[in-house]
Design a protein around this ligand. Structure first.
Ligand code: WT7
Length: 568
C-alpha cells in the first residue's frame, strides 16, 4: 500500500485545515504531541500494535506496543512532575538511542516541559554551552555519560536534577543525582496530560551558526500538523509499514521523523542503537522486514563503498520506499540505489528551523537525480536574489532558498535570541541560508550554504565553536576552521593553526590537538586535518579570512581579496 497520489493534485487542493481535521484538531483545542503519539493511537484501536522494535549494539532486542509506550511515557511524565519540574522548564535528554530517549522525549512533552535533546557523544564543553544557554533544570542520562555531567555541574546552578535511567545501585549517587528506571517504576496507567495548545513550546533543538554560540531553535506543539502530514505523504507511511529512521534524536530528523511524524501516524518503527556498519544495517532491514527507510547521504555513500555484492547477500525485498536528508544527495548515489535496491533514494531538504520537510522528491513524482525536488504541497518556496530578496524568476539563476512563513512546524524563535531570529526574515520570506537554483520544470538544485557552517556527514558544526575550543589548547595562538571536501562525509573539519612561541608543529602535536577537540566538543567537530601556519591570513581590521582558506581547500578561484574582506 501507499499514499501516493498526484503531486499536482495535492498542491492544488492542499489545505492545512484538512490536515488538522484529519488529526481531529480544531483551532484553540488542546494539542499535545505526547498525547497524539500514544493515547490517541490507542484510542484508535491500535494499542496492541508494535510501536517500537529496538535493537542494542549487543544484539539485544526490546519490543513495545503503543499501549506499553503510552504507559511508560505516562510513568516518566509522572516522575518528572513529582520531582517538581514545572511546565515550560527545559529537560535535557543526554542518552544513546535507548528506549528511554524516545519515551523520555514524549514523557517530557506530556507533562508540559520543553525537551532539549542532545547528542550523547558531545563532550563536556559542547554539553555545557547548550545546558547553560537553555537554563535546563533537569538532565536525563545514563551511567556511561554521567561523568561528563558531573564535571560541569558546579557551573550549572540551575540544573537541579541529574536523572540516571540505568543506575544499578552499585555506586553511591552524588549531589543532585537520582535514579529512575521506567521499566521497574510503578506503572502509571492514567496521567493528566498537560493541556498544551498550539503555541505551547515543545522542543528546543540546538543548531550551529557561523558566529556566536549554538542557537536553540524553539518549536511548539502545533508542529505536529506538519510532521504528521509530511511523514504520511513524503515518507509515504501507511499502517502496514515497518519504518526505520537512522537519525539520532540529538538532531531534528531524529525527533521530527524518528518520533513525532511516524508515531502520530501510528506507524511501527525500528531503532538500531549502534554505529554505522553496512552488514549490520542490511541485516537489520532483513530481520525486521523494514519497508520504509529514511537516511542520509553520508550513510548512503558509505554503503556504496561497500559495494553491490554485499547487498546481494541479504534479502531486502521488504523495502519499498527510501528517502534521504541532511546534505546534498549526489546523482551517483540516487542512480546507484536504483540499480542496487531497485528503488531510488528520494532526496528531501529542510532544516532544524523548519521542523519538517520543505522541498522533496514527492513519491510518484519523476526523480531528477541530484535535484532536491519541489516544495511540499502547502509550502511556498522560491529562490530569491541575494541582495534584493526578490524571486530571481529566471530558471537556472542561483540565489537563496526562501520560504513564505506560516507553516505549522516553523520555529518560533531562537532561545533568548530574538534578534538573530528576526534577521532570518527578509522581504516577507524566511531565508534558509542556502544557495540553489530552480530549473524550467520547477525542480530545486542545491548549490551550497551561504555561510561558513561546516556540514560533515549531514551534521552542522560551527567553525566558531571549534576555533574557540582550539584557543583553549596551550599551544594554539590563532586558529581558523573550514570545511574540506570529503568523498564520503561531504565535508570534514580542517583547522589552520598558528602556534604560540616555543611550540613546533609535528604529527604528535596534531594528534594531541585533534583529541583535545574530540573530547571537549565531539568526534564530529574534531579536525580531520590540521595545517600549521606561521600566521593566518587577516583583513586589515585583523579578522581571520576564513573564506580565503576555504576557497583554497575547494580549489576555487580566490579572486579579488578586497571583496573577500568586504564579505567576511
Ligand atoms: C542544513 C540544515 C533537516 C534535517 C537535518 C539537517 C543542509 C539539509 C539537504 C539536502 C542539500 C541539505 C542545508 C540546510 N541540507 N538537507 N537535501 N540537500 N543540503 O538539519 O542540521 O538544521 O541542517 O543542512 O545546508 O540548511 P540542520
Amino acid at each position: 500500500m501507499s499514499n501516493i497520489g498526484s503531486y499536482e493534485e495535492k498542491v492544488k487542493n492542499f489545505k492545512w485545515d484538512d490536515c488538522e481535521a484529519e488529526l481531529g484538531y480544531k483551532k484553540g483545542d488542546i494539542i499535545n504531541i505526547g498525547e497524539y503519539c500514544t493515547d490517541r493511537i490507542c484510542r484508535m484501536g491500535k494499542g496492541e500494535k508494535p510501536a517500537l522494535f529496538w535493537q542494542g549494539y549487543t544484539g539485544e532486542i526490546k519490543k513495545y506496543t503503543f499501549n506499553r509506550m503510552r504507559v511508560l511515557t505516562n510513568t516518566i511524565a509522572r516522575y518528572l512532575k513529582d520531582l517538581g519540574i514545572k511546565e515550560g522548564e527545559r529537560v535535557c535528554l543526554f542518552l544513546d538511542k535507548v528506549p528511554e530517549l524516545y519515551f523520555g522525549f514524549l514523557g517530557i512533552l506530556k507533562m508540559g516541559a520543553i525537551a532539549q535533546p542532545l547528542f550523547s557523544a558531545f563532550g563536556g564543553e559542547s554539553l555545557f554551552t547548550r545546558l547553560e544557554d537553555a537554563e535546563a533544570t533537569a538532565i536525563i542520562t545514563q551511567k556511561k555519560h554521567v561523568g561528563k555531567v558531573r564535571k560541569i555541574l558546579n557551573d550549572l546552578p540551575r540544573l537541579k536534577h541529574v536523572i540516571i535511567v540505568d543506575d544499578d545501585g552499585s555506586k553511591p549517587l552524588r549531589q543532585r543525582e537520582t535514579a529512575f528506571s521506567m521499566e521497574t517504576a510503578a506503572s502509571v496507567e492514567d496521567f493528566e496530560i498537560f493541556p498544551s495548545t498550539a503555541e505551547t513550546p515543545s522542543v528546543l533543538h540546538y543548531t550551529s551558526g557561523t558566529t556566536g554560540k549554538p542557537k536553540g531553535a524553539q518549536h511548539v506543539h502545533y508542529s505536529l500538523i506538519s510532521q504528521y502530514i509530511t511523514a504520511k505523504y513524503v515518507l509515504d507511511l501507511t499502517d502496514e509499514d515497518i519504518y526505520w529512521c537512522t537519525a539520532d534524536p540529538g538532531w531534528v530528523t531524529g525527533t521530527s521523523y524518528g518520533i513525532i511524524g511516524p508515531w502520530s501516524n501510528g506507524i511501527t518503527q525500528c531503532v538500531l542503537d549502534s554505529g554505522f556498519r553496512a552488514d549490520t544495517w542490511y541485516q537489520f532491514i532483513e530481520d525486521h522486514k523494514i519497508t520504509t527507510w529514511y537516511s542520509a547521504p553520508t550513510a548512503i555513500r558509505s554503503l556504496m563503498r561497500e559495494g553491490k555484492e554485499l547487498v546481494q547477500q541479504y534479502d531486502l525485498s521488504s523495502l519499498r520506499h527510501m528517502c534521504s536528508v541532511g546534505e546534498p544527495l549526489n546523482a551517483e548515489a540516487v542512480i546507484w540505489s536504483g540499480e542496487t535496491f531497485g528503488l531510488s533514494f528520494h532526496d528531501t531538504f529542510w532544516q532544524t528551523e523548519t521542523g519538517s520537510i520543505m522541498i522533496c522528491n514527492y513519491p510518484g513524482m519523476k526523480i531528477k537525480p541530484g535535484s532536491m525536488g519541489k516544495p511540499f504541497p502547502g509550502i511556498t518556496a522560491d529562490v530569491v536574489d541575494m541582495k534584493t530578496y526578490e524571486p530571481v524568476k529566471k530558471s537556472g539563476t542561483v540565489g537563496l532558498i526562501a520560504i513564505i512563513p506560516g507553516w505549522p512546524s516553523m520555529f518560533r524563535s531562537y532561545w533568548k535570541n530574538e534578534e538573530v531570529y528576526r534577521s532570518k526574515f527578509r522581504n516577507g520570506w524566511y531565508i534558509c541560508g542556502d544557495r540553489a537554483s530552480i530549473d524550467e520544470d520547477g525542480y530545486f538544485w542545491f548549490v551550497g550554504r551561504d555561510d561558513d557552517v561546516i556540514n560533515t556527514g549531514g551534521h552542522l558544526v560551527g567553525p566558531f565553536e571549534i576555533e574557540s575550543a582550539l584557543l583553549e589548547h596551550e599551544a594554539v595562538a590563532e586558529s581558523a576552521c573550514v570545511g574540506k571536501p570529503d568523498p564520503v562525509n561531504m565535508e570534514v573539519v580542517k583547522a589552520f593553526i598558528a602556534l604560540k612561541p616555543g611550540y613546533k608543529g609535528s604529527d604528535e602535536l596534531e594528534l594531541k590537538i585533534m583529541n583535545f577537540i574530540r573530547k571537549k566538543l565531539s568526534p564530529l567537530a574534531m579536525p580531520q586535518e590540521i595545517e600549521f601556519m606561521d600566521s593566518l591570513p587577516k583583513t586589515r581590521s585583523g579578522k581571520i579570512m576564513r573564506r580565503l582558506l576555504r576557497a583554497k581547500e575547494w580549489g576555487e578561484e580566490i579572486g579579488d581579496t578586497s571583496t573577500l574582506e568586504d564579505n567576511e
